[in-house]
Design a protein around this ligand. Structure first.
Ligand SMILES: *Cc1c(COP(=O)(O)O)cnc(C)c1O
Length: 404
């Protein structure tokens, strides 16, 4: 029996400095749209190495803004991964666009560029690659495909703050990149998100979009009634981030490198412990990228187990391990099924969904917590392992794992 308390799959790390930063805003003149929001945007832009950043009330709102400024409207197709949170594709629907799902690579679990290329039609307007678990997609190939077909790339990097791709910071590579500051992500502002970009036109439209489509820039106004005059030029939303949130985000940003390092240390512990366990496939690590490890996803080799994923999941929960599943392929959600999406569109994603479990990973875990998770996983896997492998088990296992 385990004496430890429940270990969640993810959790924020806040310190006194973060708390003080929020208190300072509460005592100041502005609770929202004050000076801190700009400072936070400048800090994030400097960190990833872009000219501009626009903060939003959530990562989802930020994605909606990116879809709007990319010009996605009624009937436009946008290619994305099914192995993601529903926000990555809901933002397409908000604009009347049509999500087109391209399957993932069976090893990296990221969207497969060849599948993207195969799904392009005359209606395709944009690509939303998702850097799953913090490992950047094949961004050069995706951006090349986009250039060739005149498509906008909106990178969903909700998992990948702090990651690098060929020594370039994620956030500086695609036309627009979205980061989320939800508490389970790398840094938090409570709720919040941001778009980073080098494109001035996108930047200006994103600023207006998050505040009703209103501009106060005289040089672009069509009329001028006097000094009080502002102008609403298109239908935007109230998607503003408060200064309270921005202060928390700005304070958290100072610790990003330390947070990512802590995550990397723990995934090394996990990788080393599970590498010799044939019942588990550990995450694939690509060359020339440096994942920032939002999630640690293990894949079960069900051929070697006496049960399905569900039993393993329940046994781990009973050991007070906060397991999770990331993700149910988006088009398997009832809302998407009702839109006409059918089973079988993306077989790799569907197969992965049946076998995957997310185990706890966050900087505030102790090494003891990590060891606790490791021994629980090993105990549960041992309990449900086939004691004798049949010839068929072995050949299934070998073919899946490239063993001859
Ligand atoms: C968290 C997340 C989002 C949405 O971010 P919110 O800030 O929660 O709105 C979008 N995409 C992915 C892949 C995410 O994990």
């Amino acid at each position: 029996m385990n004496n430890h308390s429940f270990i969640p799959y993810g959790k924020q790390s806040l310190d006194e400095e973060d708390i003080q930063a929020v208190i300072n805003v509460l005592k100041s003149d502005y609770l929202t749209t004050g000076p801190i929001i700009n400072q936070f945007e400048e800090d994030v832009a400097a960190y990833v190495g872009t000219k501009y950043a626009v903060a939003f009330s959530s990562g989802t709102a930020a994605l909606h803004g990116a879809c709007f400024v990319a010009g996605i409207t009624e009937g436009d197709e946008v290619i994305t991964s099914p192995m993601t949170f529903v926000a990555s594709t809901n933002c397409i629907l908000y604009q009347g666009g049509i999500p087109v799902f391209a399957d993932i690579d069976a090893n990296t679990y990221n969207i497969d560029p060849a599948e993207i290329a195969a799904k392009i039609t005359s209606k395709t307007k944009a690509i939303i690659p998702v850097d799953f678990t913090g490992q950047p997609c094949d961004l050069d190939r995706i951006n090349d495909i986009a250039k060739k077909h005149n498509l906008v790339v909106i990178e969903d990097a909700a998992h990948a703050f702090g990651a690098t791709y060929k020594d370039r910071k994620v956030g500086s590579i695609s036309d627009m990149t979205m980061f989320s500051f939800h508490p389970v992500k790398h840094i938090t502002s409570g709720e919040g998100g941001i778009i980073t970009t080098n494109n001035k036109a996108y930047y200006e439209r994103l600023l207006a979009f998050r505040s009703h489509g209103i501009t106060r820039d005289r040089s672009v106004m069509t009329e001028n009634h006097g000094p009080w005059y502002y102008e609403m030029q298109f239908l935007g939303y109230n998607y503003r981030m408060t200064d309270i949130q921005a202060a928390l985000g700005k304070s958290q940003l100072k610790k990003i490198n330390q947070f990512v390092e802590q995550r990397r240390k723990y995934i090394e512990m996990y990788n080393q412990s599970f590498a010799g366990t044939p019942q588990i496939t550990i995450p694939y690590q690509k060359d020339n990228v440096n994942s920032s490890w939002h999630l640690y996803v293990i894949r079960l080799n069900v051929d070697l187990l006496t049960c399905e994923r569900k039993e393993i999941y329940e046994a781990l929960l009973a050991e007070k391990i906060g397991v999770n599943v990331h993700y149910i392929p988006v088009y398997q959600q009832p809302y998407y099924k009702n839109l006409g999406y059918k089973e079988g569109i993306c077989p790799h994603a569907e197969e992965l969904y049946q076998e995957m479990i997310t185990i706890p990973l966050f900087p505030a875990m102790s090494e003891e917590d990590v060891n606790c998770v490791i021994s629980s996983v090993q105990r549960v896997i041992n309990k449900f392992s086939k004691q004798v492998w049949t010839y068929e088990d072995f050949s299934n296992y070998s073919s899946k794992n490239g063993v001859n």
